[in-house]
Design a protein around this ligand. Sequence first.
Ligand code: SAM
Ligand code: 2KA
Ligand code: SF4
Ligand code: MG
Length: 242
Amino acid sequence: MNKFPVLEIFGPTIQGEGMVVGRKTMFVRTAGCDYSCSWCDSAFTWDGSAKEEVRRMTADEIIAELREVGGEKFDHVTISGGNPALLKNLHELIDPLHQQHIEVALETQGSRWQDWFVSIDDLTISPKPPSSKMKTNWEILDDIVQRQADHERLPNTSLKVVIFNDDDLRYAEEVHKRYPHIPFFLQVGNDNLEEEQPDRLASELLNKYEWLIDKVMDSASLNHVRVLPQVHALLWGNKRGV
Ligand SMILES: C[S@@+](CC[C@H](N)C(=O)[O-])C[C@H]1O[C@@H](n2cnc3c(N)ncnc32)[C@H](O)[C@@H]1O
Ligand SMILES: Nc1nc2[nH]cc(C(=O)O)c2c(=O)[nH]1
Ligand code: SF4
Ligand SMILES: [Mg+2]
């Protein structure tokens, strides 16, 4: 059995973002990322600050802990990171979850393909806009979308772009134009990762949400889209494990 680097197992909570926002789910957060986004809200997964907390776990051990923490009170697991698409053998976790009638979602930035993508129920691909300082590899992103289409998995796939400024909006327009048939989400960027008081963060994020809504309403190339905040950030701020 392969071992996966795990930083957090928590829930049940609501999926706070994107295509299945509001869905009751457990989270498994893996360590390690091939990106280093300037505004990453989970930088502890790759910047070394939590390296002592990383546990190398088999799929069986992860599922046992999901049951320990969540009991019978879940039927959906979201795998995030870091970039869980760095893990070649993740089907070892996904397949037994499906056997237990548990749906599996995954968050990734679209920098790597894995064959097990086609068995994910809710695949969120979140290419990174200019404010992140990361560069999109369009060839790889095209390839991921094409492979999902070839396997008739587009109904299980979405794109989610985080927006901090006008440049990011232009990038989002470019992504939506390139993949018009993929459900498209624009998400409010949180640039106050230091704030410890949830109510103060919420009021800032709501202002940014309104700004983003106004911008999207005003764009003729962002019509078949959804605009969302990070609901968990509105409720619980920058707290980990919620
Ligand atoms: C922490 S990432 C992990 C998964 C994967 N590495 C990715 O970026 O898609 C999960 C989601 O959080 C988003 N995210 C990260 N930092 C954020 C921030 N400061 N504000 C809003 N969304 C953020 C990412 O764009 C991604 O959609
Ligand atoms: N509630 C909740 N929803 C989320 N959606 C995406 C998350 C992530 O960090 O990937 C996340 C998270 O950490 N918590
Ligand atoms: S790709 Fe995701 S986990 Fe990696 S640095 Fe960017 S937001 Fe953070
Ligand atoms: Mg998060």
